[in-house]
Write a protein that binds this ligand. Structure first.
Ligand code: FDP
Length: 340
């Protein structure tokens, strides 16, 4: 990269410009999707600002307690949920919302309805908030089947039917990664401009990686193929070097690293949690969509993750996602077990 030229770059590809460019490739488009996305971007900027202030908030009162002004302080995950629900409803382009924070799906009132369903985790990795580790928002977008009526079935669709998916990571910088079904692009928030700028165009995950990422504390409860795969990562028998272990414990950050550096992220089933931990609609599907769009794969231990048909909005599934060749190895181990 020519850093000198970069320092003086004046022709910035903002996320708005990028989305409008994409929109112009579809002359029939009325701009509804671009409007929806601009509301999601606004939600991400708001949450980013709140996360950045989280440490400072301790000076004036702890979350859930009353601050010096006597105002009730909201917990960051509750606040983030409110921000996204309001941003999405006010876009006038949504009809059903499923949030990790809300037990029931939100059916948008008819006067504010549009044709999109949004599934999201407003603040994923929230156990990391208090120690300043990267956390994020994850989202996926479906289109409603019958514009006249919004039904729960509209969000109980396989992930392959998603129109778009993405995440925003609140870390050392604020990065929004998005796919609208033709590749994956990453945008970084320039705080001086308040704009997301295209910094990672057309992200492709390396075909094979040098990193595996899993909570090894659960190892005693793993099934055979997961245990065999991790053993192979540490003690390869084909002459290849051992893989490095990296586990942050915050899905957005672990998946972001996997996407950029390659390797595999797994949250498998175990004896204690036969369906794994991560939620199908707003964790497994959006991340699997991005992985496939970047040239990787995503597998549940039984099938392609995006083929799964959820029966409940908060359903969980085991997940193995990342570099194509690494996931291929995991698939082979499960196939061998099934044969045996
Ligand atoms: P968290 O519990 O902090 O909200 O699904 C939530 C999640 O984090 C993911 O972001 C993360 O990948 C995973 O759980 C971590 O789970 P373990 O602590 O069991 O490893």
């Amino acid at each position: 990269m020519d850093h000198e030229a970069d320092a003086f770059r004046t022709d910035l590809m903002t996320i708005t410009r990028f989305v409008l460019n994409e929109q112009s490739k579809h002359p029939e488009s009325r701009g509804d999707f671009s409007i929806l996305l601009s509301h999601i971007v606004l939600g991400c900027k708001f949450v980013c600002a709140a996360v950045n202030k989280a440490g400072l908030a301790k000076l004036i009162g702890l979350a859930g307690e009353t601050n010096v002004q006597g105002e009730e302080q909201k917990k960051l995950d509750v606040l983030s949920n409110e921000v996204f629900v309001k941003a999405l409803v006010s876009s006038g382009r949504t009809c059903i919302l499923v949030s990790e924070e809300d037990e029931e799906a939100i059916i948008v009132e008819p006067s504010k309805r549009g044709k999109y369903c949004v599934v999201f985790d407003p603040l994923d990795g929230s156990s990391n908030i208090d120690c300043g580790v990267s956390i994020g928002t994850i989202f996926g977008i479906y289109m409603i089947k019958d514009a006249g009526e919004a039904r729960l079935e509209d969000v109980l669709q396989p992930g392959k039917n998603m129109l778009a998916a993405g995440y925003c990571m609140y870390g050392s910088s604020c990065t929004l990664v998005l796919s609208t079904g033709s590749g994956v692009n990453g945008f970084t928030l320039d705080p001086s401009l308040g704009e997301f700028i295209l910094t990672h165009p057309d992200i492709k995950i390396p075909k094979k990686g040098k990193i595996y990422s899993v909570n090894e504390g659960n190892a005693k409860n793993w099934d055979g193929p997961t245990a065999k795969f991790v053993e192979k990562c540490k003690f390869p028998t084909d002459g290849s070097p051992a893989k490095s272990l990296r586990y942050i414990g915050s899905m957005v950050a672990d998946v972001h690293r996997t996407l950029l550096y390659g390797g595999v992220f797994l949250y498998p089933a175990d004896k204690k949690s036969p369906n794994g931990k991560l939620r199908v609609l707003y964790e497994v599907f959006p991340m699997s969509f991005l992985m496939e769009q970047a040239g990787g794969q995503s597998f549940t231990g039984k099938e392609r993750a995006l083929d799964l048909v959820p029966k409940k909005i908060h359903e969980r599934s085991p997940i193995f996602l990342g570099s194509y060749d690494d996931v291929e190895e995991i698939k082979a181990l499960y196939a061998a077990e099934e044969k045996a």
